[in-house]
Design a protein around this ligand. Sequence first.
Ligand SMILES: [Zn+2]
Ligand SMILES: [Zn+2]
Length: 289
Amino acid sequence: MNALDGSPKRHWLPWIKRVVAESMKLLSPPAAECLLCGKTAVGFVQRPSWTSRAVAGLCGACSASVPWIAVIKCPICGRAETCGDCLRRTRTLFIWNRSAVRYDSFMKRMLALYKYRGHERLEPALIDMLSVAYELMMNEMRSPCGQIRSRGQHPWDCITYVPVSDARSAERGFNQAERLAAGLAVRYGLPLGSLLVRSKHGAKQSFKSRAQRIRDMQHVFEANEGAMAKLRLKSNKQVANGERKGGGLRLLLVDDIYTTGSTAEACARTLIGHLGADTAVYVLTWARS
Ligand SMILES: [Zn+2]
Ligand SMILES: [Zn+2]
């Protein structure tokens, strides 16, 4: 043995240490990072006290900052505050809107990350949040004083969504309302249908006044005749088989944000116009602006 290889132990030690450290890294999963703030989070357990739903991928602090709508003050638009908008209108074509959260600056940031910055990893979190509102809404509908009693196997004839124009869809790569509706349909085993198409897509809604929005929304949505025919056929079959009672169809329209209700109203007008006056359109949105 000469001086060069005199201490084989010390020569191998750093290498062994490195291998052990690398193996430990592989064996233990990487610490999860919050999808919103990026901070490392140990488990995602924070949840609103009135639901057992945790929001996937958000740390405790971010989850705790979610402005859930726990108490509804306006039975029509689902607002958590007393509502001037609904006092002003005499009736809506849709039955009601229910939203998961208030659209505050934190939620605006979350949606912008998903919609415009391509953070698609936020999608399960958004669907989780929408599910909270969906379950609350179903409880409301099933309650003894609810507007509609459960129809057993078929609570909805179809889940549909607010369409975007082809141009907007191409620009963004996806329709967020469609993704939310599809997520909900998968989670609860509900039938999904693209019942509407958008005929034109003007300037961004957010830059318009309330009156302008309502005016512009007329005639924006057209029927997807193929999907509507399929829905009618399915419904007729179910009635013939005794799987459900006759009467109007019950639809759930999904969108990301409810602002003035003009989009929901315009969609309901087209749906009811094509599927019959006894069609009941309920609206479920992720946020109430
Ligand atoms: Zn966070
Ligand atoms: Zn209202």
